[in-house]
Structure formats: structure tokens, C-alpha cells
Design a protein around this ligand. Structure first.
Ligand code: FES
Length: 153
């Protein structure tokens, strides 16, 4: 009798243990999805909102001579990728190189600004969309020419 009672007590403990373990597994199973939910919205890293450099006024960006007249080059301002264009000799304009479609980095190619991800093209002198899927122009970034240098701001 005692043996049988002892056995059923052990069985109950074992089952209880399994139940607790099962509960722990269920909780553990929930943890990753909770983490995913919290981490899913934390992918944005741009402090400037749309990738437009904001606090780099005065930064020496490039030599004027490095920008072809009628073309563009890639550069950075405040650590953000930009495109510098020289539509006419001595006139320099800059745009954020972050594509307004899905944020790939737009690159100069001849007189065109082309996004490698889905093929959007932008006017090198104005940043306006020439071909989608992007709908919005590349944001303008203020620059000025100081002698033979291009300066942010
Ligand atoms: Fe540039 Fe899609 S991210 S065209």
C-alpha cells in the first residue's frame, strides 16, 4: 500500500515537474516573439528624418575640380551620402543620395542619378524624378562654392 501511494506521489510530482517544464517552454517560446515585436520598429537610424544631412555646415565636401561640369559625383556630408552636381561651371548643387523610394543609395552615372535597386532616375541638376518607381525628388542639401572647394551649408 505504501509503495503504491509512494508511486502515485512520485508520478504526481513527475507530472507536476513536466507541467512546470512545459510552462517554462511555453514562456520561453513567447519570449522571442515579444523581442521581435519590440525590435521590429527599431530599424531606423537616421537622425535627420529623411537622410538629409542637417548639422554639417562648413564641412569641406569636395574639390570643385573633381565634379564634372554637366555631371555629378558621390560624397558625404555629416556622414550621410550626397550627390554633388555641377550643372554649369562654378555652380554646384547637392542632393541626398538616399532614394526616396526605399532608401537605397543613388549613384551618379554620366549626367544621370540612378538608383541601383529599382531603377529610379533623377535629374542631376534638380533632383526631380525622371523615372520611377520613386515619386518624390531627392531632397536638396545646401552647399556653396568657396574658391576651388565645395563647402556644406
Ligand atoms: Fe531607389 Fe527603389 S529604392 S528605386
Amino acid at each position: 500500500m505504501d509503495d503504491a501511494r509512494e508511486l502515485s506521489r512520485r508520478t504526481a510530482l513527475a507530472l507536476g515537474g513536466t507541467g512546470a517544464l512545459g510552462g517554462a517552454l511555453i514562456l520561453a517560446g513567447c519570449a522571442p516573439s515579444d523581442s521581435d515585436g519590440a525590435g521590429g520598429s527599431g530599424t531606423g537610424t537616421d537622425a535627420g528624418g529623411d537622410g538629409t544631412p542637417t548639422a554639417a555646415a562648413g564641412e569641406d565636401v569636395a574639390a570643385l575640380a573633381d565634379i564634372p561640369v554637366g555631371g555629378s559625383i558621390s560624397a558625404t556630408i555629416g556622414g550621410e551620402p550626397v550627390l554633388l552636381s555641377q550643372p554649369t561651371a562654378g555652380e554646384v548643387v547637392a542632393f541626398s543620395a538616399i532614394c526616396t523610394h526605399q532608401r537605397c543609395t543613388v549613384a551618379p552615372e554620366g549626367a544621370a542619378l540612378i538608383c541601383p535597386c529599382h531603377g529610379s532616375t533623377f535629374d542631376f541638376a534638380t533632383g526631380k524624378v525622371e523615372q520611377g518607381p520613386a515619386l518624390e525628388p531627392l531632397p536638396s542639401v545646401p552647399v556653396s562654392v568657396d574658391g576651388d572647394r565645395v563647402i556644406a551649408g
